[in-house]
Design a binder for this molecule. Structure first.
Ligand SMILES: *Cc1c(COP(=O)(O)O)cnc(C)c1O
Length: 368
């Protein structure tokens, strides 16, 4: 039968590489029959979800026969008041990932160019490939820092978007406020900056910016945030963009009406006000990061100091094998191959106990 059929997919989607998620706990458990599995692969909050969110969810379960609010009015109002932007400057999405797709759909024509620092988050490439845009990769500079001028040099007449992830996944490095301002001012009028601040809450450097001040000032910037990381709601899929009104109108056009489910909306509206949960999470992250740094130094393993909740560790040519051996011990981290970092792994900062198990396991492997 199938020989007579010629269903042709769009050419551009052949360039799409499958996303490689962190291995789920249940999968490793069922593959290897392990009792204890520790996942430090997806930068999730090791303390769990915001308790405010859990309480709100419990109260909302009996309403899920209703469609969600297509305008996400309550959630936008809560985020707006918390972050001092206007509700009209917010678009709520099915995870931050959906915002990246929507921005790509709104602004990229086939043959347009999108500038992406490398290594960085893979979803920018996904959006570009979906639309048939050309990806211009710019390697990060020394110690994986951003070099704004090298990026500006790559701008052509076809450039539509420049992506910046700050703190950057997977390196944990960030772009300073002065450098973001320099970039925004140097760019031609028709280039949009997609500024991904999924980890902004973890960044404490004085010269860090989450980009919102530039949204308020009306620069051509889309600031991405998510409830998946510090707020602990990765499983519900909710994130948002903060965007000047004259730009957001285009993105809203391609959004599906019910893109964010009712439970996600309710949980996020509660979590955004859960200052205690955020505070505890940040404290735990700072301690955990120190714990990892100390152990990595003892093992003489180079790493990049991170402004975030993960650490990029250089293991050398055996990195892939070390990654596999960690899996054998029930410890899931992320192997760097997908970022073209074959000698590295990225480890999320876990609880004290999880970090200990990782350190112990890695120590045993490095000594054998
Ligand atoms: C986690 C993450 C996101 C968004 O994730 P969602 O779960 O889709 O909200 C966006 N950018 C980066 C760099 C991330 O690490």
């Amino acid at each position: 039968m199938s020989e007579n059929i010629e269903i042709r997919a769009r050419e551009t989607i052949q360039n799409i590489q499958p996303y490689l998620p962190g291995k789920p706990i249940w999968e490793l458990q069922s593959e290897r029959g392990l009792a204890q599995v520790i996942k430090l692969a997806s930068n999730e909050n090791p303390l769990g979800p915001s308790p405010y969110a859990l309480k709100a969810l419990n109260h909302s379960l009996t309403d899920i026969h209703r469609y969600p609010d297509a305008n996400t009015s309550i959630l936008r109002k809560e985020i707006a008041s918390k972050l001092d932007v206007k509700p009209e400057q917010l678009i709520i999405t099915n995870g931050g990932d959906e915002l990246i797709t929507l921005v790509s759909e709104s602004f990229l024509e086939p043959g347009d160019e999108i500038i992406i620092p490398s290594p960085s988050f893979s979803e920018y490439e996904f959006g570009a490939n979906l639309m048939g845009a050309n990806i211009i990769k710019v390697p990060l500079g020394e110690n994986y820092t951003f070099n704004v001028d090298t990026m500006i040099e790559k701008v052509t007449e076809r450039t539509k978007i420049i992506c910046i992830c700050s703190p950057n996944n997977p390196t944990g490095t960030y772009l300073s406020k002065a450098n973001l301002q320099h970039l925004l001012e140097a760019l031609p009028k028709d280039v949009l900056v997609l500024f991904d601040t999924a980890y902004s809450q973890y960044a404490v450097a004085e010269d860090y910016t989450n980009g919102l001040e530039f949204v308020r000032a009306g620069y051509p910037i889309v600031v991405l945030q998510t409830f998946s990381k510090v707020y602990g709601l990765a499983g519900l899929r909710v994130g948002f963009g903060a965007v000047p009104e004259f730009i957001i109108q285009h993105i809203l056009k391609v959004k599906e009406p019910f893109n964010v489910n009712a439970l996600a909306q309710v949980a996020a509206a509660a979590a955004i006000h859960d200052d205690e949960h955020v505070h505890l999470s940040l404290q735990s992250n700072i301690k955990g990061r120190k714990q990892l740094y100390r152990a990595l130094k003892e093992l003489s393993l180079p790493f990049i100091e991170s402004m975030s909740n993960f650490v990029l560790v250089e293991l050398g040519p055996n990195a892939k094998s070390v990654y596999e051996q960690l899996l054998d011990k029930g410890i899931i981290v992320r192997y760097g191959g997908a970022w073209n970092l074959p000698c590295h792994i990225r480890v999320s900062v876990g609880t004290k106990f999880e970090n200990e198990v990782f350190i112990q396991g890695l120590g045993e492997i490095m000594k054998s």
